[in-house]
Design a protein around this ligand. Structure first.
Ligand code: GSH
Length: 220
């Protein structure tokens, strides 16, 4: 059995953060597929009772240390503290990483995830006014990240940390799933995505996590 198990599914950018980190640190891990779309596993009493009371993926299981952790930011912090990899350099950088992880969760991928869900996966398409609101928030927040990444190769300076791993969450999914191309519209984010893609162990979300409930594997 693998050292780590990750409850996840391919379309989840939130889960991708944790899956990518496990790959980047070359961990021995296996995915446990959460059938989010067809079965709504995350809403079942069994999942909420035994896996995560919050009803969310990702959840990391560390077998040897008897830990079960949710919230991608917590999982990233745990794995980087444990291995020393992708770790902020000192206490000030730790706070800085936390600042960007929270900004990412709320303002970047916190809007991008629902936008993509409403566009592709929701039973009824998103109301145009809601989509326009979300797109406005997305653009305003992406511009902030783009400006930051125009000034430095990574979010906290010259090397990648967990803040960068977190921020990648939904950015590598195909542009058709958003209806706009983040890498093209925000060139500094685009260049940073290439730097992240070059890291040893990097893998695309659709190659890293299981489950293509809509029939075919979407092309990257
Ligand atoms: N802030 C959380 C977000 C987790 C999250 O919302 N995951 C989605 C899948 S992409 C989920 O499981 N949602 C279930 C629900 O909201 O009912 C994290 O970073 O781990």
């Amino acid at each position: 059995m693998a050292d780590y198990q990750l409850y996840c599914f391919a379309q989840s950018g939130n889960a991708y953060r944790a899956a990518l980190m496990l790959n980047l640190i070359d961990a021995d891990w296996e995915p446990l597929w959460v059938d989010f779309f067809a079965a709504g596993v995350q809403r079942t009493p069994a999942f909420r009772g035994d896996v995560n009371e919050m009803g969310e993926a990702p959840v990391l299981v560390d077998k040897a240390r008897h830990k079960k952790l949710s919230q991608s930011g917590v999982i990233l912090t745990y794995l980087s503290d444990l291995t020393g990899e992708y770790q902020p350099a000192d206490d000030d950088e730790k706070l800085e990483a936390l600042r960007w992880i929270i900004f990412d969760n709320q303002k970047i991928n916190g809007f991008l995830g629902p936008y993509r869900f409403l566009k592709n996966f929701a039973p009824t398409p998103g109301d145009p006014a809601v989509m326009a609101f979300l797109k406005g928030r997305i653009d305003a927040s992406l511009a902030i990240v783009d400006k930051r990444l125009a000034a430095a190769p990574f979010l906290i300076g010259d090397r990648p940390t967990i803040a960068d791993v977190s921020m990648t969450a939904y950015f590598y999914y195909p542009a058709e799933e958003f209806g706009f191309d983040i890498a093209k519209d925000y060139p500094s984010i685009g260049a940073w995505l290439e730097r992240m893609r070059a890291l040893p162990g990097w893998s695309h979300p659709y190659d890293l996590m299981p489950g293509y409930p809509f029939g075919s594997k979407p092309s990257a």
